[in-house]
Design a protein around this ligand. Structure first.
Ligand code: HEM
Length: 151
């Protein structure tokens, strides 16, 4: 089935790839910002006006940047993968696994924002700062796999 889709994008391929990378940048920017928002949020007194402001900022970051960007990265990425037959290539399978992990991290952030808004503060600022390294490490590995294609 997928073999029939190879080359389907035709001349649009490079435009789809450009779109893919533009929204990768937006998605990554949001992934880097959110845990910092959580740290500042947790430094605000429970029930304070400042805390409400952080809840609002987190919801807006999710709604305007994170969720649409992730959806478009996935849509364009899958279109590229079907166009090039990438599912049969080793580098892509590892990239795909890392992107799945990054999407799970995104999902964790949605859940943590919800719990924070309900007044639960499960993790320390230190742990949140460490989690902030996850998208950076993932980006390094994904870009090397996508550009160098070592296998
Ligand atoms: C969400 C799922 C994703 C899918 C299905 C996907 C799929 C693809 C595919 C098939 C290509 C074309 C590669 C080629 O054949 O040359 C591509 C290009 C690329 N992707 Fe993704 N991608 C995804 C997410 C990401 C993420 C999160 C990043 C970075 C953090 C990323 C970075 C890149 C880069 C740098 C290229 C350009 C490689 C080139 O020079 O052609 N992708 N992607």
């Amino acid at each position: 089935m997928t073999a029939a889709l190879i080359g389907l994008l035709g001349n649009a391929y490079l435009w789809v790839k450009a779109g893919h990378l533009i929204f990768v940048i937006f998605w990554m920017a949001g992934l880097f910002m959110m845990p910092r928002f959580f740290v500042y949020h947790q430094e605000a007194a429970p029930g304070s006006a400042e805390e409400k402001l952080w809840v609002d900022r987190e919801q807006r970051l999710l709604r305007i940047i994170l969720k649409p960007s992730m959806a478009i990265v996935w849509l364009f990425g899958l279109a590229l993968a079907l166009d090039t037959g990438a599912f049969a290539q080793g580098w892509f399978l590892l990239k795909f696994a890392i992107v799945l992990a990054l999407s799970a991290y995104h999902g964790w952030m949605v859940g943590y924002a919800r719990r924070l808004a309900a007044g639960e503060r499960r993790l320390s600022g230190r742990t949140l700062r460490m989690l902030n390294e996850v998208p950076g490490v993932a980006a390094v590995l994904i870009v090397i796999l996508a550009i160098v294609k070592p296998f």
